[in-house]
Ligand binder design. Sequence first.
Ligand SMILES: NC(=O)c1ccc[n+]([C@@H]2O[C@H](COP(=O)([O-])OP(=O)(O)OC[C@H]3O[C@@H](n4cnc5c(N)ncnc54)[C@H](OP(=O)(O)O)[C@@H]3O)[C@@H](O)[C@H]2O)c1
Length: 298
Amino acid sequence: MTVVVVGAAGLLGAGTVVEWTTAGHVVRGLTRADLDVTDHPRVLAVIAGLAPDLVINCTAYNKVDDAEGEPTTALGINTWAVRSLAEAAGRAGAVFVHYSTDFVFDGDTDRPYTEEDSPNPQSAYGMSKLMGEWFAQTTSRAPRSSGAPQTARRLYGAPTSYVLRVESLFGGNAARSSLDTMLRKMRAGESVTAFADRTVSPSYVPDVARATRMLVEQQAPGGTYHCVNSDMATWLDVALCVRELAGLPDAEVRGVPSASVNLRAKRPQFAAMSNAKLTSMGIRMPTWQDAVRRHLSS
Ligand SMILES: NC(=O)c1ccc[n+]([C@@H]2O[C@H](COP(=O)([O-])OP(=O)(O)OC[C@H]3O[C@@H](n4cnc5c(N)ncnc54)[C@H](OP(=O)(O)O)[C@@H]3O)[C@@H](O)[C@H]2O)c1
């Protein structure tokens, strides 16, 4: 398969390039310098030129708090660029993979979210990602042979598209991974603080990338999937697990309530997601603790 990965230098993008290359596919990883995804005509031209079978979008505007002040920048990358990429994939007849987030939910629950639960984003970032999900899943329409109105072109999407919701990513590009930052601090003797009151499903980049490949290779039905490691945790749980597995019992780890930090964007308080739909496709996600263990020994 010829695979184009956009956002190839990111946390997930770097791991995605490794996964598909190792599996023997022809991979073209594009960084921001190669392709600015907000440049609609260039997105169409570059993707057409590469003639991929699969387009994987790992780009994002992830500055959750800054997005409150510059929502149009977030929309440009998380929403409109997704529309461009979906259209480009559709024109190439390529499958489209897009990643989304737990921030599409309001967090007002006490059990892991499923794909059936209604989104209710509470932030500009969450809203921009939800609209990106909608554009990613725009249905493909056959081009009309003649007399097609100008607007018909806007409706092209990929023949099959997958929206994979992930959260609290770690692994991949270590320079961008919060878990690796915690580990560096612990090893340097610095104190680590972590939220003790937000519940998430940590997602290990190599496991997400592998699950994505399995989903696409087995031609699973398109749609939304929660692609997270099994079990749930607070970031305090994650920090304590890292401290134990890294053999750093003296490292100082302090749990703090999220309300103690002045953050502009509202976060979902309970944001764990169920990966049961993925499991029903035969794709079993290991627990996050197992993932941390593998990451620390890699
Ligand atoms: N990280 C998390 O914990 C988390 C949680 C929930 C969901 N997600 C989702 O997971 C996906 C991957 O996130 P990530 O953590 O891997 O993000 P990331 O590390 O921030 O990487 C995003 C990449 O997108 C690139 N990019 C940004 N704007 C661009 C543009 N206009 N044109 C081309 N490239 C552009 C960035 O380029 P530069 O390197 O030049 O900045 C960066 O390499 C995203 O959909 C994100 O919303 C992530």
